[in-house]
Every structure is written in structure tokens, then in C-alpha cells.
Design a protein around this ligand. Sequence first.
Ligand code: SAM
Ligand code: SF4
Length: 326
Amino acid sequence: MAIDRFGRNIHYLRISLTDHCNLRCIYCMPEDMTFRPNADLMQDDEIIFFTRLFASLGFDKIRLTGGEPTVRANVVNLVRSIASTDGIRSVSMTTNGLLLKKLAQPLAEAGLQRVNVSIDTLDPAKFKRLTRWGKLDDVWEGILAAEQAGLAPVKLNAVVVKGYNEDDVIDLAALTISHPWQMRFIEMMPFAGATEIQVNQVITMKQIQENIESEFGKLEISNNGKMDGEAQVFHIPHAKGDIGFISSVTHPFCSACTRARLTSDGKLRLCLLREKEVDLLTPLRAGASLDELRKLLLDGVWEKPWGHGLADGVIPLNRIMSEIGG
Ligand code: SAM
Ligand code: SF4
């Protein structure tokens, strides 16, 4: 078991399959983003090796992310290997959905259980403005393909940005009336070289909830008031689906955090919003023994920071979200 010094059992690993992406969302990366060369990224056999290593230490839940995980070559076979690793109970993916129309069925057959698809608005022009390159229809078809393939319950993620999509939360929330989906609203977070957008155009969870309630009335509590992962969940009365709020900035959920991240270049990252990392890939490539790698991993987990420091103005400067694995 991997335990940190605060007694939290860390058993949920987010693996970033690549830092590359086929979109350029304005809150995530600049349009002229440069990505790591492929040789610096974990190769397939290295990802499979690390999955086994983490699983041998009690990690049982994996989420594949990026960058955009579906642009990784061989993603279906990778999912198959990860899903069939002894000890892994759950494999899910966070994706922008652009390629799901083609990939949802093969991914489900390979053992993927669920997807979270990012969709910040239902307005094609605003979607293009937010993602710079995206076509909303492709994402919508991807969501339907995911549902068809049984990747359920489908969860949708929207980052809310002042001046871009703050009023679109109403149409997005309305999706849950007739679809059994969870629509999750995420507070925008600042990362390295925090852009003006990330600092000045944040909409808080409170504002989002008030906006939704002004249209649908008071939301009812779901899940007996328990968090669903990092989301507090509610529903519109009589709706088929739920509405989740992920308020990492204004209401951090650090005390209940059970997760660690493996970046696409093989660093163990203990907190999304803290710079501390432990390099696992360099020692692996240099021939470190299994015991040495196990010790690096367990020592790293032990030192997992208690929580982020946004309230004290501490912003992680070494990587942006897509380089960590959101
Ligand atoms: N490309 C995939 C996607 O967009 O779903 C997976 C990686 S993306 C980095 C993971 C999640 O992080 C997405 O839901 C995205 O909207 C969110 N995200 C990106 N930048 C963010 C920021 N600055 N603050 C909060 N969430 C952010
Ligand atoms: Fe790509 Fe996801 Fe970042 Fe958008 S949020 S640029 S889709 S990694």
C-alpha cells in the first residue's frame, strides 16, 4: 500500500499518455505550444511497466489523460494492457472527444470503462473561440459514440471562463434533464506563466451555481451529499443526470485526495498544483532495480504535499495543466 505521511492511502493514478494535443484551449495552452519530442515520452513498454509497479503497490484505479490521450499512437492496445494488469479495477479516460466517434467502441472493447469528455459550450462559434481549433459536432458525435459503446455514466467537463461561456452553463446544465450524464463545471486554475485569462477571468463555483439556479430553481443534493471524486454533486429536480461542481480553487478537496499523477515524461507528481515531482523514467532507463524504483515511488508518495497553496498565492511554475495530466 502507498500511504502518505498524513495517513492518506494513495491508490488512484492519472497517467498522462502524451503532452501533445489536437486542440489549443485558451485556458490550457498557447496556440504556438511546443511539445516534447516523442523520445522524451514514456514508451509503451515503459507505461506498462509503471502500471504494473503502481498496481503492485496497491494502486487500483487508473485514469488516462494528457494532453489529449486519444492522439497517442497505439492507444487501444495500451488500454488493453493497462486494463488487464493484475490489481487494476478501473480504467477511465479524460478526453476532448474529437476522436471518440472512431475510438469509443475499440477502447471499450479493450477494457476502458468510462470517459469524461470536455465540452465548454453548446454554441459552435463559442466552442471554436474557446478551443481555437475545435468543431463542436465532432465532440457531440464522440459523446454519443461513447454512450453507445457503454462508456457510462458519461461525464462531461466544462471550464467556465468569464467573457467566453459563463452563460452557457445553463444550456449545459439542461443536458442533464433528458440525459443520464454528469455535467461537471470546473473552476479555472492558474499554472506556469499564468495567463491573464487564468487570473482575471475566473468564475467561481458559487457564481456558476447561482446562474444555474436562477434558471432551474434550487438544485437538489445527489449522492447523499457525498463527493463523487473531486465533484460535489447535485441535480435539477426530476432530471435524469447530475450536475457536478469542481471547485479546486475556492473549496479544495485536498484532505480526501487519494491521487498521484505520472506525467508523460515519467515523473511522479504528487499534487496537480505543487511543483514537487519524482523522476521515475530516468532511473528506469538507467537500469534501476525494481526495489530501487519501488522505494523511489513509496518515498515520493510519503512526501505528498497536504494540499495546494493557491490561497497563499503559490502557483505551480514548472508545468502547465496539459504537461501534468489533468
Ligand atoms: N485533453 C483532454 C481534455 O481536454 O479533456 C484531457 C487533458 S485536459 C488538460 C483535462 C481537463 O483539464 C479538461 O477537462 C480541461 O478542460 C481541464 N483544464 C485545462 N486547463 C485548465 C485550467 N487552467 N483550469 C482548470 N481546468 C483546466
Ligand atoms: Fe488539449 Fe485538453 Fe488542454 Fe484543451 S484542455 S488544449 S483539449 S489538453
